[in-house]
Ligand binder design. Structure first.
Ligand SMILES: Nc1ncnc2c1ncn2[C@@H]1O[C@H](COP(=O)(O)OP(=O)(O)OP(=O)(O)O)[C@@H](O)[C@H]1O
Ligand SMILES: Cc1cn([C@H]2C[C@H](O)[C@@H](COP(=O)(O)O)O2)c(=O)[nH]c1=O
Length: 568
């Protein structure tokens, strides 16, 4: 029997397919997993995968990507899946040709009718007996994926081609999977993975698969394990969002405690701080990292407490923090976490910041010093950039130009472009310079997410045109409105709030809670009950607005543009 797992990135395919494989083996079945532990078993397929993920290949066309992905699946089929099936084993696959239909058809917009015959050829007529669609809210999938990477200390995908189109791609891919499942109910089983502990899901999955293996008919096409969300509790509104957020957090803590700790990231105010204290011993690194953007004294106290157990995360959380306590903490952390300490100095031109940079240069940490230079236009900074160019540290030099306007910076960007276009694009965040505009125009079709990020907060005709073009496709168009009160910002939020509800709300962060903002939040919450990332963002907006409105003596949030949202 051939069992395939499908679903968007971060939906839980790898986790659940591995759990199923292990359990079936324990039950005595002979099982082959074609992507054991997440690694494609065929070496050729692994090489093809590297190619499709390489972000330098920005010109890779949707058709070329499709055929490469077919090649990967054909190789897995010929080398791993077909032989296992012919040995009479149960063969489990983590993605198969349906992924290519969903990505290239649903995601990239190629005509499905033209894709299917090519998939048929690649499959040689061999299609799974059972497809498990692990279905999840795309916002939650991104959160879990990010959290998983933080906890396993794996590097983020960074510039993998995968992220470049923006988060909207996963939304379209998910819709495409659901459509395929709807049309082929005998083959597809949908397993909902939003608010259920993994062990419960695993059991339901094993029961369903064993029923199939024993020739018993499956009774259902969608497995929706009992959820903690109780509609009977009434609507969530701005008025009760604090109470409902913390109630929900309690429930999340029961099933995914690390996620609960991470959901507190960047939320100002005493109630969130008290919950951080309660989580700090169990998840020091997550709690420390999640204080990025918080400027109040209790947050600084907690950083000092966590400094020895989670030095890198505490250092990261100091980004944008100035003042004596932040400077002393950096001094203390430098020996254990020099890269993070230096990265936290972006836009800091204080004497203490320069003293640390000089120390790091003496220690031979050129790369890290370059990472600390965003926004610095003094001669010392240009000397370091020159040293970076001599060492061919092109991406790091580009990073050092982040947010820096002017002809000198643009001239260096021109030099860097042939080496690393995405790094240069990233450096144009918030800039309205000729190079920034030219690059955005050239890359909007290839790296829409980064292009939209680079116009965050920009109030130019070019930025508005890009947002209007991007908003139907991906949520990052609304991210780029963060804290903007312009009528065009409101229009975009309202027009696209059904598609990007979580982001329509988070983009209000930093704005006062006027009637317009309250009405939007209430409307989005009412339309999306039980959507966890949305509830978190709604509470973050409300808590931030309350903090900003509080008298100056009360604990306050950082600057309005500080990153208080969760990194996802
Ligand atoms: N129900 C759940 N409870 C807790 N954690 C979960 C749950 N489902 C998934 N996760 C976590 O979410 C993260 C993503 O899961 P996983 O890697 O299995 O997804 P995937 O679909 O294989 O993603 P990708 O296609 O990007 O490799 C993992 O860290 C996993 O542990
Ligand atoms: C670039 C890109 C790809 N996908 C899909 C298409 C492929 O089948 C898989 C490859 O991913 P994996 O990490 O090897 O499982 O993902 C996608 O969904 N989004 C993208 O941007």
């Amino acid at each position: 029997m051939f069992i395939d797992f499908e679903g968007i990135d971060g939906s839980g395919k790898t986790t659940l397919s591995n759990l199923l494989s292990a359990k079936l083996k324990r039950l005595g079945y002979r099982v082959a997993h074609a992507r054991e532990g997440g690694e494609l078993q065929a070496p050729t397929a692994r090489r093809v995968r590297e190619l499709t993920r390489d972000s330098r290949l920005l010109e890779m066309s949707p058709r070329a990507e499709f055929f490469l992905n077919l090649a990967r699946d054909a190789q897995q089929l010929d080398e791993v899946i077909a032989p296992a099936l012919s040995r009479g084993e149960v063969c489990i696959s983590d993605r198969y040709l349906y992924s290519q239909l969903a990505l290239s058809g649903g995601g990239r917009g190629l005509p499905m009718d033209e894709l299917r015959p090519a998939c048929e050829l690649a499959s040689q007529g061999l299609w799974p007996d059972l497809v498990i669609l692990v279905d999840v809210d795309p916002d939650l999938a991104r959160l879990r994926k990010r959290l998983g990477k933080l906890q396993s200390k794996r590097a983020s995908d960074g510039d993998s081609r995968k992220g470049l189109a923006g988060a909207g791609l996963a939304v379209r891919v998910r819709e495409s999977f659901l459509e395929m499942a709807r049309k082929d109910p005998q083959r597809w089983l949908i397993l909902e993975n939003n608010d259920v502990p993994l062990r419960v899901l695993e059991q339901r999955l094993v029961d369903a698969v064993v029923a199939r293996l024993e020739g018993r008919e499956m009774q259902v096409q969608r497995i929706v394990p009992a959820s903690n969300h109780r509609a009977s509790e009434g609507a969530i509104t701005v008025q009760n969002v604090e109470e409902r957020f913390f109630q929900t957090l309690d429930a999340v803590e029961q099933r995914e405690p690390a996620l609960a700790a991470w959901m507190l990231s960047g939320i100002p105010g005493l109630p969130a701080h008290q919950r951080r204290l309660a989580f700090a011993e169990r998840f020091p690194a997550l709690i420390a990292r999640g204080m990025n953007g918080l400027e109040d004294a209790p947050a600084m106290d907690l950083r000092e407490v966590l400094a020895d157990v989670a030095p890198a995360d505490v250092a990261f959380s100091l980004t944008g923090r100035t003042g004596t306590r932040a400077a002393m903490l950096r001094q203390r952390l430098y020996a254990q976490a020099p890269a993070e300490v230096l990265a936290s100095l972006k836009h800091d031109d204080s004497p203490q910041a320069w003293a640390l940079r000089e120390r790091a240069m003496r220690d031979g940490r050129l790369t890290e010093v370059l990472g600390s230079l965003a926004g610095q236009d003094c001669e010392e900074a240009w000397v370091v950039r020159e040293a970076g160019m001599q060492r061919k540290l092109y991406a790091d030099v580009a990073r050092s130009l982040t947010g820096l306007a002017g002809s000198r910076a643009d001239a260096l960007r021109e030099v860097l472009l042939p080496h690393d276009r995405l790094a240069v694009l990233r450096s144009t965040q918030g800039l309205d310079t000729p190079v920034a505009r030219g690059l955005r125009e050239a890359l909007a079709g290839k790296a829409l997410k980064l292009v939209l990020r680079s116009v965050t907060g920009l109030d130019t005709e070019e930025a508005w045109a890009l947002r209007e073009r991007g908003a139907p496709l991906t949520k990052e168009a609304l991210d780029s409105l963060d804290g903007m009160d312009d009528p065009r910002a409101w229009k975009l939020r309202v027009e696209h709030l059904e598609r990007w509800p979580t982001t329509a709300v988070s983009s209000l962060e930093g704005l006062p809670l006027g009637p317009h903002a309250q009405a939007l939040i209430d409307r989005v919450l009412a339309a999306n009950p039980g959507k966890l990332p949305l509830l978190r963002n709604a509470y973050a907006v409300v808590a931030t607005a309350r903090t900003l409105a509080a008298p100056a003596s009360a604990p306050r949030r950082a600057e309005v543009d500080a990153p208080t949202r969760m990194e996802a």
